[in-house]
Design a binder for this molecule. Structure first.
Ligand code: ATP
Ligand code: MG
Length: 429
């Protein structure tokens, strides 16, 4: 067995999840995700993760690949008593270790089966007491199979049961503090910060931000995470002495990005644009009324998904037919006839009409073709007109949104919310 140096100052960690069901997709690999988070929080550089089937050869390959890259490898699953539990054997094979019965564990297993009313320990179960000589066995309060931990070729190898609750409990109650001691002084926890943007595509955002420079004694990196209504930027600081130092550098990077991001940025604990608009309206003590056609109430629904919406939202009207637009919102019949229901004039009349009728400070109107039918050469599916008014100012826009009916409706409601945020903040594109 030859291993190249895992190198680096910050210790690296890898995760190997064993189980056929993880590859077939029958079970979601929550152990991988959970361990990834906990190890990086603890200060490891988590650089490797894989899932392999319940086969000795596959486990062996996984272990060898991982140990070429990491200082600490955590393997989960396949420690139980059944014939498909082969992790011990695969790991021992990879590292050329023998497996010997661990006497204290054998007695504990015998005691456990006696308490469960069995007259003897089943043959398969004795395998759970096998370990490389000198390994530390980690008791499992919620199950039979103990975890195990040993050093091999300068790396720390830890095997944990697959049952998520057992794995988590062993990690939190014992392993975490052992890892801290073993890698003492070298662990560097990551500090993350999310910056939410909407209304600018990922590629343009990346172009405008450019590479991050000036990252001081550690590093600050940026990841672009597209999500429903925009792009989240995740700033990650790592390698700093402590959290305070890391936060200080994040503050610096964040303010250096402000000239680029300011216009697109929004603030919401859940990451939802509707929450951001609600918070903005509440802090400005302004009320809102909405008039929706193609979004069918989606905008009102999104706004009321967040508690406290009664403080700013007076109400909404879903005006689908011409008659409803005329009768409930006061859209002039002539405008509907001349311009058509999907037009700037109708969106504006809807926004102003609902604002006046409900006595709100602000109004939003949305009218469009959500498809899949109803499109025409001049107004293809996805064409939406939307308007927002606040005090005496009204702005309107049109856009041809891509996607299916659901996507068009969602995008239309986000665009309308951004338009009102623009009216409130002035500097938005
Ligand atoms: P046991 O002693 O219970 O057999 P084990 O260590 O052998 O434990 P497995 O047989 O691999 O573990 O898995 C036990 C249970 O835990 C199964 O229901 C399995 O689907 C689930 N499980 C295993 N690995 C994971 C994982 N990575 N993420 C989520 N669940 C998992
Ligand atoms: Mg099992």
């Amino acid at each position: 067995l030859t291993l190249s140096s895992a190198g680096g100052d910050i210790p690296s960690a890898g995760i190997l999840n064993v189980g056929d069901e993880l590859l077939s997709g029958l079970t979601t690999n929550t152990n991988g995700t959970w361990l990834g988070l906990r190890l990086s929080e603890l200060g490891f550089d988590v650089v490797w993760r894989a899932a392999v089937p319940d086969r000795i050869g596959s486990i062996e390959d996984g272990v060898l690949e991982a140990l070429n890259k990491v200082d600490c490898l955590i393997v989960t699953g396949g420690l139980g008593p059944t014939p498909d539990d082969l992790t011990r054997e695969g790991v021992a094979e990879a590292l050329g270790l023998e497996l010997v019965p661990h006497e204290d564990t054998l007695s504990a297993l015998r005691e456990r089966s006696r308490l469960l009313g069995m007259d003897r320990l089943p043959e398969g179960a004795t395998r759970m007491a096998l370990a490389p000589p000198g390994a530390t066995l980690i008791p499992n309060p919620h199950g039979a199979a103990p975890g195990l931990m040993f050093e091999a070729a300068g790396r720390l190898v830890v095997l944990l049961p697959g049952v998520p609750r057992e794995m988590r409990d062993i990690f939190s109650s014992r392993l975490e503090s052992w890892l801290r001691d073993r890698f003492h002084g070298r662990l560097r926890s990551e500090v993350h910060r999310l910056v939410l943007t909407a209304g600018i595509p990922e590629s343009r955002l990346a172009e405008e931000i450019g590479p991050l420079t000036e990252t001081g004694p550690g590093t600050v990196s940026v990841a672009f995470l597209p999500h429903q209504c925009g792009v989240k930027l995740r700033l990650t600081a790592r390698g700093f002495r402590d959290r305070r130092e890391a936060e200080g550098w994040l503050d610096g990077v964040e303010s250096s990005l402000e000239p680029v991001l300011g216009a697109y940025r929004y603030h919401a604990p859940t990451g939802d644009l509707a929450e951001a608009l609600g918070m903005r309206l509440r802090s400005a003590r302004k009320t809102l009324a909405v008039a929706e056609s193609c979004t069918g109430g989606l905008l009102a629904k999104s706004l009321t998904d967040h508690p406290g919406s009664s403080e700013f939202l007076l109400g909404g009207v879903v005006a689908y037919s011409d008659a409803a637009k005329i009768g409930l919102l006061g859209v002039p019949r002539a405008v509907l006839v001349e311009r058509g229901a999907v037009s700037r004039q109708v969106a504006v009349a809807m926004a102003q009409g609902v604002r006046e009728r409900l006595g709100a400070d602000a109004g939003i109107g949305i009218t469009g073709v959500a498809g899949p039918g109803g499109g025409s050469p001049e107004k293809p599916v996805g064409t939406v007109w939307y308007a927002a008014c606040l005090g005496g100012t009204t702005e309107s826009r049109t856009f041809q949104f891509p996607g299916d009916r659901e996507a068009i409706r969602a995008r239309a409601s986000w665009a309308a919310m951004r338009l009102l945020l623009r009216l409130m903040d002035g500097n938005r594109p």
